[in-house]
Design a protein around this ligand. Structure first.
Ligand SMILES: [Zn+2]
Length: 88
């Protein structure tokens, strides 16, 4: 397991992660499992699934079958982000 750069706001995408598509804006995204920070009373944070976007950023890298990629949270850049948040 390796983080490529640890850049702020970036998430690592495991090797072999298959591309998917945002069902709102149809941008290519990669679903990753992300361990949230533990809340009060929890020893480890919950696992949640995050859509990671790699579009339009020079630091974003698509994963291959053997190498990790990295990108940023698609919730932050999806043009329909407001509709994601409404449910949370
Ligand atoms: Zn989207």
């Amino acid at each position: 397991m390796a983080t490529i750069t640890g850049l702020q706001g970036f998430f690592s995408i495991p090797a072999g992660t298959k591309p998917s598509e945002c069902d709102r804006c149809h941008q290519t995204i990669y679903w990753i499992e992300h361990r949230c920070k533990p809340k009060k009373g929890e020893t480890i944070g919950k696992l949640s699934r995050l859509p990671i976007s790699i579009k339009d950023n020079i630091h974003a890298v698509a994963p291959t079958d053997t190498t990790w990629g990295q990108g940023f949270n698609h919730f932050a850049d999806c043009i329909y982000a407001e509709s994601f948040r409404r449910n949370t």
